[in-house]
Design a protein around this ligand. Structure first.
Ligand code: G3H
Ligand code: ZN
Length: 286
C-alpha cells in the first residue's frame, strides 16, 4: 500500500535496519524500484526531486504512474512517495495535494529560526492529512538537480540546533548534514559519527543519510547502528543504468528501438536497488 514514511522508519530504527529512498527519474526507474521492493519484500521510499518532477510531467502524473504500477505489479509492500529536498511551503503543499505521502522541506540554507518556522508550517499542514515530514540542518555538499552546494559551503549540523529543530517542529525524521555528499565522492567519505550519535541521543527520531552513493558498507552499518533509518540513493542507479545503455549502444551501432536499451537500463536499476535493500537490511522486512 501507499503509506507515509512514519511507521516504516520507526520500525527500521527499532529493528536496526534502514529503508532506502531511491530517486525516480522516469518510468523505468519507477518500474525497477517497485519490482525490486516487491521481490525483496522490502518497504521502499520513492524519492522525487522537484527537477525530476518537472522532467516527468508534474506531481499528479507521478502519483498516478506509481498507483497504476503498484496495481499492475500487485505491490503489497509499503511504498511512500516522497518529495525530495522540497524548496518551499508551496511545493510541499502541491505535492501533498497531488497525493504524495511524504515531503522533505529543505530549509537548510536558511538561518536556524527561519528553518524552524518554515518546517513547523509544513508539519502542521502535512500531519493534518497523515503525510510525514523530513527536515534538514547543516548543508550537504555536492550536486543533485537544482541543488548545488560547493565544498566550501557545506557544513556539519550542530547537535544542539538539531535537538531544537526536531523538538520545536515535530518532524517525523531528520537529516543532519554530517559530511555526506550528493553525487560521487572525491576519496573516502568522512562522516561525523560522533555527532550522529549525539543527534540520535538528543532527538530520538529516525535519522536520514543523504548522499548514499559511494558510502562503504562499514559506514552504512555504523550509520544504521547510530539511528539512521533512511538512506537516500540516486546517483548509483543513474550510473548503473547509464552504463547499461552505453554497453548496448557500443555493442550495436544499428539499434534504434528504445526498449532495446531502456530495458537493460531498467534491469540495472533493479539490481542496484536490490543490492542496497540487502545492504541496508530492509529485505524481508515489509
Ligand atoms: O536526496 C537524494 C540523495 O541524497 C541521493 O544522493 O545521489 O549521492 O546517491 P546520491
Ligand atoms: Zn539529498
Amino acid at each position: 500500500p501507499l503509506v507515509s514514511m512514519k511507521e516504516m522508519l520507526i520500525k527500521g530504527k527499532e529493528e536496526g535496519y534502514a529503508v532506502g529512498q531511491f530517486n525516480i527519474n522516469n518510468l523505468e526507474f519507477t518500474q525497477a524500484i517497485l519490482q525490486a521492493a516487491q521481490e525483496e519484500n522490502s518497504p521502499v521510499i520513492l524519492g522525487v526531486s522537484e527537477g525530476a518532477a518537472r522532467y516527468m510531467g508534474g506531481f499528479k502524473l507521478i502519483v498516478t504512474m506509481v498507483k497504476e504500477l503498484m496495481e499492475e505489479y500487485d505491490v503489497t509492500v509499503p511504498v511512500a512517495i516522497h518529495l525530495d529536498h522540497g524548496s518551499s511551503l508551496e511545493k510541499c503543499v502541491q505535492a501533498i495535494h497531488a497525493g504524495f505521502t511524504s515531503v522533505m522541506i529543505d530549509g537548510s540554507h536558511h538561518p536556524l529560526e527561519e528553518n524552524i518556522e518554515l518546517t513547523k508550517r509544513v508539519v502542521q499542514i502535512a500531519h493534518a492529512v497523515g503525510v510525514s515530514v523530513e527536515a534538514e540542518l547543516g548543508r550537504i555538499g555536492g550536486q543533485e538537480d537544482d541543488l548545488t552546494v560547493d565544498a566550501a559551503d557545506a557544513f556539519y549540523a550542530i547537535p544542539s540546533e538539531c535537538d531544537q529543530l526536531v523538538r520545536e517542529t515535530g518532524v517525523d525524521c531528520f537529516a543532519p548534514a554530517l559530511g555526506s555528499v550528493h553525487g560521487p565522492y572525491k576519496g573516502e567519505p568522512n562522516l561525523g559519527f560522533d555527532r550522529m550519535k549525539e543527534v540520535m541521543e538528543l532527538t530520538g527520531v529516525p535519522l536520514v543519510l543523504h548522499g548514499g552513493t559511494g558510502i562503504p558498507t562499514k559506514d552504512i552499518k555504523k550509520a544504521i547502528s547510530l539511528g539512521s533509518a533512511k538512506i537516500n540513493v540516486n546517483t548509483e542507479s543513474q550510473i548503473s543504468s547509464t552504463q547499461a545503455v552505453r554497453d548496448v549502444l557500443n555493442n550495436d551501432g544499428e539499434v534504434y528501438d528504445p526498449r532495446k536499451f531502456l530495458g537493460p537500463a531498467r534491469d540495472a536499476i533493479k539490481e542496484t536497488v536490490r543490492g542496497k535493500m540487502r545492504e541496508f537490511g530492509s529485505s524481508g522486512k515489509a
